[in-house]
Design a protein around this ligand. Structure first.
Ligand code: MN
Length: 254
């Protein structure tokens, strides 16, 4: 069994604002992990650090999922007017999990907001709003505007020497686009591994890490439309299994 934590988010019930929030995550992440042979577990947001420690222990890998904008204060900026939807508790929990996972050298896959948070954890920064910061960029919200998670917004140019290119077995791949923010300065240990045609950063990885890959788009929604993307989830679950097995071997050998 390969346990893959998927970071959850608090969800307000629109028709029941007075009620408690719910914890969850999009089914597409769950499906992508299951298809890859992993056992998905959604990690609810809590402020209890002991529970974060337990997440670190029982997860073989963590998928840092999409969601709200990250608080700009975390990279030293004031909020742009477009940044209204932030999740302060989720930011804290996930930054902790990313840092500890990198320390322990356990596998992580970071998608959309997850990739942006990985970059911030590594000392990088973001463009808070692509349309106002980079007026010549293409529309990176077009798949959301078309209300179609499989709408292919742009091609990615993938660095041939990157781990991502090795995993996907291609240097050019279509993908969807559901973001209004993007990486500005990459973190100290990150390398940029893919761009959109307009130059927006669409993937990063930490080459020194056992497995730390970030993508800006939502390949978890493309399992049927662009099956090549499923190789990313397969490699992530496999890396999580291998890391676990390696650790187990080390422990029992002592
Ligand atoms: Mn994009």
């Amino acid at each position: 069994m390969v346990i893959i934590g998927i970071t959850g988010e608090e969800i307000r019930q629109k028709d029941k604002q007075w009620g408690p929030s719910m914890d969850g995550q999009s089914q597409t992440y769950v499906d992508a992990i299951v298809r890859a042979g992993g056992t998905p577990i959604i990690l609810p947001v809590t402020s209890n650090v002991k529970v974060w420690e337990q997440y670190l222990q029982f997860c073989d890998g963590i998928l840092f999922a999409g969601g709200a904008d990250i608080q700009p204060a975390l990279y030293g900026e004031q909020n742009h007017e477009s940044v209204t939807d932030v999740a302060v508790d989720r930011d804290k929990q996930e930054l902790y999990l990313i840092k500890k996972f990198l320390e322990k050298d356990k596998p992580l896959l970071a998608i959309c907001r997850g990739m942006q948070l990985l970059n911030i954890a590594d000392g990088g920064t973001l463009y808070q709003d692509i349309p106002s910061c980079l007026p010549n960029a293409s529309n990176h919200r077009i798949s959301s505007e078309k209300q179609d998670v499989t709408f292919l917004a742009h091609q990615l140019k993938i660095e041939p020497t990157s781990r991502l290119a090795t995993i996907l077995q291609t240097c050019s791949l279509g993908t969807n686009s559901h973001h209004h923010q993007a990486i500005k300065e990459p973190g100290h240990n990150c390398i940029i591994t893919a761009h959109a045609e307009d130059g927006i950063i669409e993937a990063i990885e930490l080459p020194e890490a056992y497995y730390a890959i970030g993508v800006q788009s939502h390949p978890e929604s493309l399992g049927d439309a662009v099956p090549v993307w499923q190789r990313l989830f397969a490699s992530f679950v496999q890396a999580s299994a291998n890391r676990n097995a390696a650790h187990f071997t080390t422990v029992t050998a002592e």
